[in-house]
Write a protein that binds this ligand. Structure first.
Ligand code: TMP
Length: 248
């Protein structure tokens, strides 16, 4: 087997050169980090679960004509994706008060917001991903206003789609983070959804019990992290292998 060229080695995923020009292989690791890598553990099988969950969600989004980087799942840990130029923003959509919003504005966790709120964070680990406004983004040239229009309209559609998908399986979608990239094809460029959508970057609460089924279990040291991700996968109708996180 030949060694593949690493294009980018992230905290939870590695991107390798793809088989064709304009493609990459996205490998899902078991590494789990929080608070800008202050906390780091290897959670057996987490990458396998996120690969399957993200595949299911990306296919659902494609079915409603949201352009994504996802091409196909290759195996238990890898996806073939379109190569994009990542826009250096983390786009957070919130439906229910939690996390940094609760802290920043002194609001009670669990309160439903009157409408969805979209926030932007500048992707820079060294700075701790600071929150920025559309004016920072335009003035500093991270994304053009017409690109932001596409990002906002896609984010709202993704929120509506995901809220319904999760509601149908007894899960409240509290908030989530998205990343977008520029996809160049011949002479055209368009902004498409990149990265992953999984319990690593969503807050998912069981609608009946309020149990956390996402990375907050890791952030807060509650334990049962992969078990919770497995529960999400199972409710979405995904059964990776026979056993929890088993490679096959
Ligand atoms: P926050 O409440 O900590 O700002 O997080 C909002 C959402 O974004 C939540 O679903 C978790 C997700 N998120 C990430 O995916 N990566 C991050 O680095 C952070 C801070 C949050």
């Amino acid at each position: 087997m030949t060694r593949r060229r690493i294009i980018y080695d992230g905290k939870a995923k590695t991107l390798y050169e793809g088989p064709e020009q304009g493609t990459l292989i996205q490998y899902f690791k078991d590494d789990t980090t929080a608070f800008n890598k202050e906390k780091h553990e290897i959670l057996d099988g987490k990458g396998v679960l996120n690969n399957r969950i993200s595949e299911t969600i990306m296919l659902g989004l494609e079915a409603i004509s949201i352009p994504t980087h996802f091409i196909k799942r290759l195996n238990m840990r890898e996806q073939l994706v379109r190569e994009v130029e990542i826009i250096p923003l983390e786009v957070v959509v919130r439906n229910i008060v939690a996390g940094s919003l609760a802290k920043r504005l002194g609001m009670s966790e669990g309160d439903r917001l009157p409408r969805a709120i979209v926030e932007y964070y500048y992707k820079d680990d060294g700075l701790g991903d600071p929150m920025v406004s559309e004016d920072h983004i335009a003035a500093l040239g991270w994304a053009a206003p017409h690109e932001m229009d596409d990002i906002v309209s896609m984010s709202i559609r993704i929120n509506d789609f995901l809220s319904g998908l999760f509601l149908a399986i007894g899960i409240r979608l509290v908030d989530f983070k998205l990343e977008f990239g520029r996809y160049y094809q011949n002479d055209t460029m368009r902004v498409i959804l990149a990265d992953e959508i999984s319990p690593d970057n969503c807050r998912l609460w069981d609608a009946r019990t309020g149990n956390k089924l996402d990375k907050d279990r890791f952030r807060e040291g509650l334990g049962g992290v992969t078990e919770a991700y497995h529960e999400v996968a199972q409710r979405l109708g995904i059964f990776p292998g026979g056993q929890k996180g088993e490679e096959s």
